[in-house]
Unconditional design. Sequence first.
Lengths: 388, 388, 388, 388
Amino acid sequence: MTPPTPIKPAQFTLTTGPVNCYPEVLSALGRPVLYDYDPVFQEFYEKLSLKLQRIMGAPQVPVILQGEPVLGLEAVAASLVGPQDHVLNLVSGVYGAAYGFWLSPHAATMTELRVEYDRVITPDLLREALAAHPEATIVAMCHHDTPSGTINPLAELAAVVQAHGALFLVDSVSAYGGVGVDLEGIDVLVTGPNKCLGCPPALSILAISARAWDHMKANPRAPRGSILSVLDWEDAWKAGQPFPFTPSVAELNGLDAALDRYMAEGPEAVWARHAQTAAAMRAGVQAMGLRLWAAEEAFASPTATAIRLPEGVDETALRSAMQNDFGVVISSGRAETFNRLVRVGHMGPTAYPMYAVIALTALHGALSRLTDLPLSLGAAIEAAMAAQ
Amino acid sequence: MTPPTPIKPAQFTLTTGPVNCYPEVLSALGRPVLYDYDPVFQEFYEKLSLKLQRIMGAPQVPVILQGEPVLGLEAVAASLVGPQDHVLNLVSGVYGAAYGFWLSPHAATMTELRVEYDRVITPDLLREALAAHPEATIVAMCHHDTPSGTINPLAELAAVVQAHGALFLVDSVSAYGGVGVDLEGIDVLVTGPNKCLGCPPALSILAISARAWDHMKANPRAPRGSILSVLDWEDAWKAGQPFPFTPSVAELNGLDAALDRYMAEGPEAVWARHAQTAAAMRAGVQAMGLRLWAAEEAFASPTATAIRLPEGVDETALRSAMQNDFGVVISSGRAETFNRLVRVGHMGPTAYPMYAVIALTALHGALSRLTDLPLSLGAAIEAAMAAQ
Amino acid sequence: MTPPTPIKPAQFTLTTGPVNCYPEVLSALGRPVLYDYDPVFQEFYEKLSLKLQRIMGAPQVPVILQGEPVLGLEAVAASLVGPQDHVLNLVSGVYGAAYGFWLSPHAATMTELRVEYDRVITPDLLREALAAHPEATIVAMCHHDTPSGTINPLAELAAVVQAHGALFLVDSVSAYGGVGVDLEGIDVLVTGPNKCLGCPPALSILAISARAWDHMKANPRAPRGSILSVLDWEDAWKAGQPFPFTPSVAELNGLDAALDRYMAEGPEAVWARHAQTAAAMRAGVQAMGLRLWAAEEAFASPTATAIRLPEGVDETALRSAMQNDFGVVISSGRAETFNRLVRVGHMGPTAYPMYAVIALTALHGALSRLTDLPLSLGAAIEAAMAAQ
Amino acid sequence: MTPPTPIKPAQFTLTTGPVNCYPEVLSALGRPVLYDYDPVFQEFYEKLSLKLQRIMGAPQVPVILQGEPVLGLEAVAASLVGPQDHVLNLVSGVYGAAYGFWLSPHAATMTELRVEYDRVITPDLLREALAAHPEATIVAMCHHDTPSGTINPLAELAAVVQAHGALFLVDSVSAYGGVGVDLEGIDVLVTGPNKCLGCPPALSILAISARAWDHMKANPRAPRGSILSVLDWEDAWKAGQPFPFTPSVAELNGLDAALDRYMAEGPEAVWARHAQTAAAMRAGVQAMGLRLWAAEEAFASPTATAIRLPEGVDETALRSAMQNDFGVVISSGRAETFNRLVRVGHMGPTAYPMYAVIALTALHGALSRLTDLPLSLGAAIEAAMAAQ
C-alpha cells in the first residue's frame, strides 16, 4: 500500500518532541539578542542558571550546553566516563541501548542490564546486576525511554545505586518537567527545555553532583576546548566569566520564559496534568479496542503514550492520515519499535487531557480508513474523560 | 583604576557578534515549532537548504549544523582532516592560530604560515609556503580574523590554493554575508547566520565541494554518530530523510527569514552598505586622532573595525563607559589583541553608516573621561560622513 | 447554585470572537511600527488596501477604520443614513435589533421586518416588506446574527433589494471570511479582521459601492472631522494622502499577514473548513441529546453554533465549568438569548472539525456536573466525526 | 525642485509618533488573544487599569478607550462639554486650535486665549483670561503642542485654573510619560500609550477626576451607546462588568508590557533621559547654525524638538533626503507650521541622547545637499554631547 503524501499543515503537534512551545516562550524568542560579553547578558545568564538550580533543587549550579539534549548526552559520556570506569548501562528501550554506543568507547568495561522494551528496570533487577558487577563505577539509565513510552522507577533505582556507591547518570530528557524528579542519588541528570518545559530544541541542561564534577575533573580524557566539553562550562554561569563559545542567546531567552511559566503554574500542577493526560490517553486507547505498548500500565510514562499498531496497519499510512485528514501529528517508533507502535506525546503545552481526546479522535479516524477492526471512538472518548 | 560596574542596558549593540537581529528574524523566531518528522517541516528544511545553495552559489547543497559556528569549525576539522593529511594553516590572527589546535591533532603534519596580527596573508606568501610544503593536502584559513578586524584576500588566495591542488578550508564566519564570496576554489566554507545575516547564534552553515565530501568520506576517522559528524548530515536536507538528531527548529525559522530578507534587499546592496559603514568608521577613527589596528587600511574588514587602544586606556573601562554613559556595546580584543584594541562590528542590521557615527560618538565620549589625549569628535563625525 | 469563580487560563478559545489569532498574525503584530507619514508605510497601506479590494472583489477600494467593527457599524449608520432616508431594518436577532438604535436617529423613518430570533429573513418576507414600504431607500441587515448563531441568505436577499433599488447595508462582521460573500447587490458591507480572518479586534473593514459613496457625500449630516466619519477616509488609502488620524499600525501589520495567509490557503478551502466544522458541531450537539438554537439546521451559521441551554442549567455555571475543568472558553448569549443558549465559534484558526470535538467534549463534561439529563458523549463525538 | 521619491526603509524613526515600540511591547503584542468575556482577560483588564491608576497617581481608575488618542480627545469633548458650559480654550499651537473645533459645538460659549505658536501660555495670561471670563466652567489646553514642539507650564497653569474653580481638560498625548505630570488640579488628562510609553497607536488613556465624572454624568448630551461615549466605560475596568464593545486585546497586552517597563526603569529616569535628549538636540541644532522654532529655549518640549526650516529649503525634500540617504525619518510641521519647521521626536525608545546625534547627522547631511548655508556638523555633535 502506498501511503498518501502528507503535506497539509497540522493544527495539533502531539509528538514526543519537538513539541510546540508555550506562547510565553514564543514571545520571548523574539526578545533583542544581546552580545554575550554584555554585562547585562552575563547577569541574565547567571540569574537564569541560579533560577534553574533553584527549580531543579540541584546542589550545584546546573550547566546549560548549547545544543539539543543529544549534545548533553554525548558530552556527558565523553566527559564523565574515563578509562578507569566500569559502566553498567540499564537498557529498557532503544535510547538506553543507543546510549551504550556513546558510553562504552570511553570505559574500561561496559555491561548491560536489559529488559524487554515494553517493560522497565526494577530495583531487584538492578540490585542483582550490581551484585554481579560490584566493580561498576557508573550506572547509566534512560529514565523515560521515549521510543517505547515506558518510564523507569527513578527514585527507587537511585536508592539502589546510591547504596552501591556508583555514580548514577540519568537521561531524563523526555520526562523532566513532566514528572517530579528528586535529584537525591542522581549524579548527572541530562535534560532539555524542548520537551516538557515547552521550548524549541537547541539546549541541554545538566544537573551535576559535586562527586560527578570531581569524577570528570579526574578523567584525563574529559574533553576540553571542544563542543563536547562539560568542564569548560563549569564556571561559565558566573557573570564576568567568559563563555567557552557563544551561547544561544534567543534560546536562553525562551528557556527563561519557560522557567518563569513553570514556577508560576507550580510544578506539582504541571506534573498533575501530565499524569492526567496520560491516564486519559491510556484509558481511551484501551477502550477503543487497541493495546498499549507497555506490558503493564504502570510502566507507561506520564509524558507519552505508546500504542501497539494493529496487525496490518502501516505506521506511515496511519500517521499520514492522522495529519492530512485530522490535522494531528504524532510520533512513530524508532529502531526496534518502528512500525510496531505509534506514540502520542503529552509534554508541556499539550499535557492537558483534552489533547488525549484530540489524539484519540484522529487515531480512530485514521485507523477507520486503514483497517476493518471494530474500534469504538465513542467508548474511547468516554473512557478518556472518565479517567482523568 | 577600577572600572565602573556596567549594568545599564544599552540601546546599540555594535559588536562583532552576537549582533542584534533583523526584525524579520525576531518575528520569525516566534513561528510555531514543528515536529522534525512532520513532512511540512521536512519540506521546509529541504527548501531552506536549497535556498541556501542558490544564495551561496554552492555546487552542493550546504549543510546546516545545529550549533553556532564553532561547532561547524570543530566538526569540519574532525571530519575533513585525516591521518594522511598535511595541513598548511594560514595564521593572520587569534582565530586562525586557534584553529590550528583543532586541525593539528587530526593531521599527519601541520605547518603554519604566520603574519603579524595587523597584516594579512598575501598571494605571494602563500605561494612560497606551498612551494615549501608541496605535500600540503589542506590549506586552512580564517577569512576575517575577527579579533584583529583584518580580512584576507580570499579570491586571490583561493586561486593560489587551487593552482596547487590542496583543499581550501575557509572560516568565513564573520565575513560571509557582509562581503561577496565566490566559492570557486573553496572546498569548505564555514559560516553562520549570526553575524552578517542578522540571526541569533545557534547554527553553522557549511558549503562543501564534491572533492571535500569525497575527502571526508575517505577519512577513516571522520566522526559518525556524534554531534561532530558532518557526514551524518549529508542527506539530511532531503525531505523524507531522517535527521541525525533534532534540528533547532526556531533558529531555522529565523535563518529562513534572514535569507529572504537578504535576497529582497539584494546581496550587492547589503555588501555595499557593509563597505560604506566600515569606510565611514575608519575615516572617523583616524580623523578623531586614533589609529586603526590594521597596518594598512586595505587590510581592514568591511564587517568590523579594530581600533588601537591609546596608551594607558584600559579596555574594560572604555567599554564600560561606552555602555553605561552612551548606551553602546562594542567588542574587546581576544588573546594577543586583548587590551590592545577595541572592535566595532558592522554586521547585518548595524551595517549602515549611521552606526559608525554612533560608535564614534560613544567612543569619543568614553575616551574623554579616561584620557587627556586631544581627540576631536567633530572631525571624526565629519570625516565619517564624508567617507561613505 | 453559586457558580465557581473561573480563573484558570484555558487552552482553547472557541468563542464567537475575539478568537485567538493565526500564528502568522501574532508574529506580524511584532513587526517594527512605522511612522504613518513614512512613505514606506504609506506604500504599505496602499498595497494593503488594494489587496483587500482584490480579495473582496470590491468595485471600490475598501475603507479600513481604526476601531473594531462596532466603530464601522456606528460610523456607517451616521454617514450613510440621512434625513431623507427611509430605512428598512431586517431583524432576525439581537444585533440586527440593536443596529436599529444607531440607524433610526439619522433617518426620516425606520421600519423593521422581524422574525423570531431562531429563524432567518426569507426573500419572500423581504419582498413583502419592500412592497409595503416602497419608499425604503436603505435596507439594513445583520448577515450572521451572532447572538443566535443564525445566518441570513445574503445573496438571495441582495437580489431582492437590488430589484427594489434601495441601498443594501450589511453587517457581515462575524461571517465574512468564513463563508463566501459576493458583493453584487451589497452597497456597504461592514466586517473586521477579528473574526474569521483570525486577527485581534481593533479594525473595521468597509466595502462601499459607488452608489453608497455618492449617497454618503450627499448626506448633509455625514460626519466630518470625527472618528465617526467614513468620508474622511475615502482617499486615505492612496500613498501620499494624509490620514485623518493615526492608523493602528500594528493591527494593520496583522491584517496584512492574515490576508496573505487567507490567499495562500485559498478562500474556498477556508470556507469549506468553516462549513465542515459547523456541520460536525451541529451533528454532535444533536447526537449528544441537546437542541440547536436555530429552528432549522439550515438557518445555522457555518461560523458559530448556538445550542439551547437545557432546562435548569445556568449558562454562567456551564461556561465556568467548561473553562475551569476542561480548558475551553465559549460564548454566552446576549440580551434576549442570554441564559437561553451558549455559542461555540468556528472562526479562522478554530474552524477545523477537531475543534467541534473539543467543544463537544467540554460541553458534555460540564453539563454532566450540572444536570442529570441523559447525554451521550460517545454518540456526540461519533456523529461529529461522521458529519464532516 | 522636485523632491526625490523616498522609498527606502529607514533604520531610525525619530518622529513625534508613531514611534517605534520598545522591544518588550513588540513581544507582548504577540501574546495569545483572549476572549473579552474570559474571566482571565477581565482580571487582566482590571489589574491593568489599577496599574495605570497607580502609575498615574490618579484618584479614580483611568479609562482606556479603544482608539488612538484623537478618539479620547473627541470623546471627552463630546462627553464633558455640555450646553451649560463656557469653555476657555488655550491656544499655543495647531493642536490647541484644532481642539476648539471639537469643543465649541458642545458648549454654550467658547473663548480662546491665543499666543504665537512659538510661545507658551503663561500663568499671568491665563489669570487675565479667567478674570475676563469668570463664567468659564472648563479650561482646555494642549500640554505639548506637537506641531510646534512647545510645552505649556502645566503645573503652574493647573494651579491658576484650580484657583478659579473651572474644570481643567488637558491633552497631554505627546508629553505624558516623557515628563512628570502631577494630576493635582487636572480634571481630565487625555494621553495614549503610543508616544512616550513606546506602544503602537490604537488606545487612549483618560484620567478623570471625580468632579469631571460628575460633570459628565450631569451633561444631558454626553454620548451613550457610542464609540464616543466615555460614560459607558466608567465601570468597564471591573472584572465581571461587561465591556461596551470589544477592547483591543493585543494593544492592551502591549500597554501592559509598556507600563511594566516604565516602572522597572523608573519614571524619573525615563523623564531624565527625555530631557537630556532634548537638551542635546537643542544645543546641537543651534551649534550647527540652525534656529529652534521655540521663541525661547524654555518653551521647547523635552519630548520633541522643532527646528525652523532655513530659507529656501523645502521640508519634503529635506525629509526625503534624510530618509533615503541617511536612514532617518522625522516629522514635518502641520497646518500653520507646515513647511516652516521640521520636528524630531524624543519619545520612549528614542529618548536617549544618542538619537539626537543621529538626527543631527542626518539633518546636516540632507541640508548640505539642499542649501549652501554654512552648517557645521562637527560643532553640532560636539554641542549635543556637551549638553546632556
